[in-house]
Structures are given as structure tokens and as C-alpha cells.
Design a protein around this ligand. Structure first.
Ligand SMILES: [Zn+2]
Ligand SMILES: [Zn+2]
Length: 393
């Protein structure tokens, strides 16, 4: 791979990438509704001469294919496309023109960087072998079904040897690539606990089955899971984030409902925690004769696990482009994890923080912004990984 040539070409397409990103930023679209973004993506890929399919698993999913003349491996590169229900509070000239919707997680940058990579790879097709598949995915922010699963079911990962994805992140300085071998991001189990008791007068609790008292016992016992059941060196969180019950000072209500989230980085730890939670609820409710139910949201995003060997090599490739840091895992979640269950690969954070321009707010903030100089680095990284891994023996 002639990296110097790629770097030169990246500077040439930089302005195009920035303009694409700004255009998408101005007209953000929520999960499953990325129609205009998908059209822009498909049009750009067709102009570049790629084979393009729209509506792969979901109406707004787009897949572009670039085949090299030499045989080789199949590499998939993924960008998510959806925005968030956030009212943008920045003063950017290209700030969102859609009320209450904003690209507050940088997925506009992801689309632009991957289109930039397509430009670079078309220009330098002689460096490629095999096939590159560009996956433009809807609905990463959905958190439930998400866009990755229907795309995989539609066959986008069939025959793929390696898969890579990038996420801009203001936690790291602009231009720094951060990743790690093994688990990188968590699985987000959401739970709801329903406690059905028997209401009555606040002055005679002995004649009731008090769902509030029972909920407090359950909450206390649940908070014992991280401190008493899970290995303290494992990253793990349980948070109860809502408790609803009752109407008035002298009434013991019939029902209480608690909700919360569990984040873990290890499937064994996760299963243990979910099973303890069920046991706790069953036991405490059994003692007090309440009818209780624990519901977990089905089909949550799996743990994002980077392949250790591939990631080692990825870090080497990236270190020729910019600074690379080994990062700690984060307890956020990603449905890129589903692609990683189908092929070896790496998910990479790309630092986009810049104090001078005030881009210091976290992802999902209404003031979130990025240092746009990182866009060409992202495009370059995608392209360099595609070249390296399609040429693998
Ligand atoms: Zn996000
Ligand atoms: Zn995101």
C-alpha cells in the first residue's frame, strides 16, 4: 500500500467530505427515517461507479460494493446514519434546520468519512484485492432492534472476512484513534419490575401488601448484586432510574413499577446478574405475598468485542496515519457488535475534541460538535484498513 499517495488523495477529497457532512448535518433524520441521507449516499456511490443496493433489510439501508481486479478477502466497512431527538444549541453556520432533531452523535461524520473512503478506494483501486462492501446502516440509536440486525438477516455479511467501523468521540483529542483488544462496549439490558400488592389505608399497613415497601427491599437487594455477587474487577453497573407508585399520603397503593439499566462487558457476568435479579424479586415478593414480574427488554445489543489479533494489526496500520491510544472499555452500547459476531474486526473511536473551537461537549449533548479536520483521517483509516485486509493471505 502506498500510504503517502493515499494521504495526498485524502487532502484532495477533504473539502468534498466536509461539504457532505455539513449537508447531512443540516438535515438530520431520526432512526429508520434516513430517507434523504440514504438517497445522498446511494447517489454518491453510483456516481463513483459502485454497485449500489438500497433497502437491504430496511428501507433506508444502503450497501455499496467495490470489486478489485485481483482476487482477495472481503472487507466490510460500516457507517451509521441516524440522528437524535435533540434540539441543536450550537452556533454553527450549518446547524440543524430540522426542529428537535440533531446529529448529536456524529453519525453525519461517519457517513461522510465512509463516502470519502469510497472516493479514495475508487481512485486507488489498483491497491485493492477482493471486495469492499460499504454498509450504510440506519437506526443505530434505536437501542432495541437497530439497523444492523435486519441488514445481517438480508445477507450483507455473507462471505465477509473482516469488518471495521469508526465512531467520532469528543472524549479524545482530535485525530487520536482509540481502541482496544477484546470487549470495548457494553450490552445494555433494560429492566422493568412490576410489584402488585394490595392497597389500603396508610394507618393500617398490616392489612395491606405494601408495594412501596416491597419495592424498597427489592431496590436495596438489587444494589447488592454489583457489590456482593459480581467480581469487583469486572466493569458492571446497575442503575434503578425510575420508581412510580401511589397518589396520596394516606393511601397505600396496589402497584409499584421500577425501571433501570444493567451494563456489563462479559456475557457470564451479565447472565449471573439477570438471574440474581429474578431470584431477588421472586424471593422478596414471595415473603410478602406480592405478585411480581421482572421484564427484560429482548434483543438488546450484544457486547462489542474486538478481535485481538486483527486489532493488533489495525493499531499498527492506524499508527502510520495518526496517534493511536489503547482505551479503557466504555459502558455505552453499539449494534456494530452484531457485525462483529459475523466476522473478525475492530471498532475504533476517533477523537474529535477541540478546545479552540469549543468542541468539548459529549456525544448526545445539544452542543456537541467535532473538529472537522478529523474527517479526512477517518476516510483514510477506512481506506487503509480495506487495502490492508483485502490483501491478506
Ligand atoms: Zn449515540
Ligand atoms: Zn453514535
Amino acid at each position: 500500500m502506498d500510504l503517502e499517495k493515499l494521504k495526498k488523495d485524502a487532502l484532495e477529497v477533504e473539502d468534498k467530505i466536509v461539504q457532505i457532512r455539513r449537508k447531512i448535518h443540516e438535515y438530520p433524520e431520526l432512526s429508520y427515517k434516513e430517507y434523504n441521507t440514504a438517497k445522498l449516499v446511494a447517489d454518491t456511490l453510483r456516481e463513483l461507479g459502485l454497485e449500489v443496493k438500497v433497502g437491504v433489510g430496511l428501507p433506508t439501508a444502503v450497501v455499496g460494493t467495490l470489486r478489485a481486479s485481483k482476487p482477495g478477502k472481503v472487507v466490510a466497512l460500516r457507517a451509521d446514519m441516524d440522528a437524535l431527538p435533540v434540539e441543536e444549541m450550537t452556533d454553527l453556520p450549518y446547524k440543524s434546520k430540522v426542529k428537535g432533531v440533531m446529529h448529536a452523535c456524529g453519525h453525519d461524520a461517519h457517513v461522510a468519512m465512509l463516502l470519502g473512503a469510497a472516493m479514495l478506494l475508487v481512485k486507488n483501486k489498483d491497491m485493492l484485492s477482493g471486495e469492499v462492501r460499504f454498509l450504510f446502516q440506519p437506526a443505530e440509536e434505536d437501542g432495541g432492534l437497530g439497523g444492523a440486525k435486519p441488514m445481517i438477516e438480508a445477507g450483507v455479511m455473507d462471505g465477509v472476512d473482516y469488518v471495521f467501523g469508526l465512531h467520532v468521540f469528543t472524549k479524545y483529542p482530535a485525530g487520536v484513534f482509540a481502541t482496544r483488544k477484546g470487549p470495548l462496549m457494553a450490552t445494555p439490558d433494560a429492566f422493568k419490575i412490576r410489584v402488585h400488592g394490595k392497597g389500603g389505608h396508610g394507618s393500617a399497613p398490616h392489612e395491606t401488601v405494601d408495594p412501596i415497601y416491597i419495592s424498597l427491599l427489592i431496590a436495596n437487594a438489587i444494589y447488592g448484586i454489583p457489590s456482593r455477587q459480581i467480581d469487583p474487577v469486572q466493569p458492571f453497573v446497575i442503575s434503578i432510574t425510575s420508581i412510580h407508585s401511589g397518589t396520596k399520603d394516606n393511601i397505600i397503593p396496589d402497584d409499584a413499577v421500577m425501571e433501570g439499566t444493567i451494563r456489563s462487558l462479559d456475557e457470564g457476568v451479565r447472565k449471573k446478574a439477570l438471574s440474581y435479579m429474578e431470584k431477588i424479586v421472586e424471593s422478596i415478593c414471595g415473603i410478602y405475598n406480592a405478585e411480581c414480574k421482572v421484564e427484560f427488554v429482548q434483543d438488546v445489543y450484544p457486547i462489542t468485542v474486538n478481535d485481538p489479533e486483527v486489532t493488533e494489526e489495525v493499531m499498527k496500520v492506524l499508527s502510520d496515519i495518526s496517534k493511536v491510544e489503547e482505551t479503557e472499555p466504555v459502558l455505552g452500547a453499539e449494534d456494530f457488535s452484531r457485525f462483529l459476531q459475523k466476522a473478525k474486526g475492530t471498532y475504533i473511536f476517533l477523537g474529535a475534541r477541540d478546545e479552540v473551537s469549543g468542541c468539548v461537549y459529549p456525544n448526545h449533548s445539544s452542543r456537541f460538535c467535532i473538529d472537522e479536520s478529523v474527517l479526512k483521517l477517518g476516510a483514510l483509516a477506512h481506506a487503509a484498513l480495506a487495502i490492508t485486509f483485502t490483501n491478506k493471505k
